[in-house]
Design a protein around this ligand. Structure first.
Ligand code: KIV
Length: 272
């Protein structure tokens, strides 16, 4: 697609229905992001997410989207400690959850791990800019690379990631000027989440673009639906129906089989 100049559209998904809807919508790729910690598990950030959480959600996504390129996101401390652990955990995404690739956060400081994973024959994507796992060091969920000095560091990181063997790179919340420069400079695909364009494709978090995540909506998100509102209204209507007796009606019931009513009524008499 990069060679043809076609844009890649991808989203995050964490479960069977979301993945199935994405595949039905012809999504090019799915990221099973560790953002699942915030979007579906209710954590404040992504740090508490475990390998077991990720594998289980990747498996559900693969069942929902058997024909879509799926990327497993490596959670905090699954790759930082050593290259050996990084390879073993990256391999689990392929062996146990049938992912096509993995993604990890960080620049030069994780290039040893990127090289080791790539050398093991696993497609690995880099991720720089606003990296949520290290948001503590970044001073929160803040845009990155907005001046020459910090943009310079990100360019060095991106070049090192490509050199280490990553097959693609994701830029999060950096200026479009930097994204465009890197998309021209690098030979690997450059994707954006909140990093503008032009580059090789765009990622959004499903919880943000569908209006499922209520805590906050980043500036870079285009909201395409308000699913929270739809769900809350449906739940309210259901509660009301149950309380007023409007649900269930005869349409929602399984009656005693035709011709078996008499036998049934006789049987009940035994208990009177
Ligand atoms: O976990 C995730 O969804 C991500 C995106 C923020 C890029 O890594």
């Amino acid at each position: 697609m990069k060679k043809k100049g076609e844009q890649v559209a991808w989203i995050t998904a964490y479960d069977f229905p979301m993945a199935s809807f994405a595949e039905q919508a012809d999504m090019d790729m799915i990221l099973v992001g560790d953002s699942l910690g915030m979007i579906v598990l209710g954590y404040q950030g992504t740090v508490p997410v475990t390998m077991e959480d990720c594998i289980s959600h990747c498996q559900a996504v693969r069942r929902g989207a058997p024909n879509t390129f799926c990327i497993g996101d490596m959670p905090f401390l699954s790759y930082q400690v050593s290259s050996k652990e990084a390879v073993r955990n990256a391999g689990r995404f392929l062996k146990e959850a049938d992912m096509d690739a993995v993604k990890l956060e960080g620049g030069i400081r994780v290039c040893k791990q990127i090289k080791a994973i790539a050398d093991a024959g696993i497609l690995v994507m880099g991720h720089i800019g606003l990296t949520p796992q290290s948001s503590g060091q970044l001073g929160g969920f803040k845009a990155q690379g907005r001046d020459a000095a910090s943009a310079h560091v990100l360019i060095q990181d991106a070049l090192a990631i490509q050199e280490a063997g990553a097959y693609a790179i994701l830029l999060e919340a950096v200026p479009p000027e930097l994204t465009t420069f890197l998309a021209r400079k690098l030979t690997i695909p450059v994707y954006s989440i909140g990093a503008g364009g032009p580059c090789d494709g765009q990622l959004l978090i499903c919880g943000d673009m569908l209006g499922l995540f209520q805590a906050f909506t980043p500036k870079f998100v285009k909201v395409y639906a308000n699913i929270a509102e739809v769900e809350i209204n449906a739940f309210k209507e259901y509660v009301q129906d149950v309380k007023t007796g409007a649900f269930p009606t005869d349409d929602h019931c399984y009656h005693i089989l035709k011709g078996k009513e008499e036998e049934f009524n006789q049987m009940l008499k035994e208990f009177e």
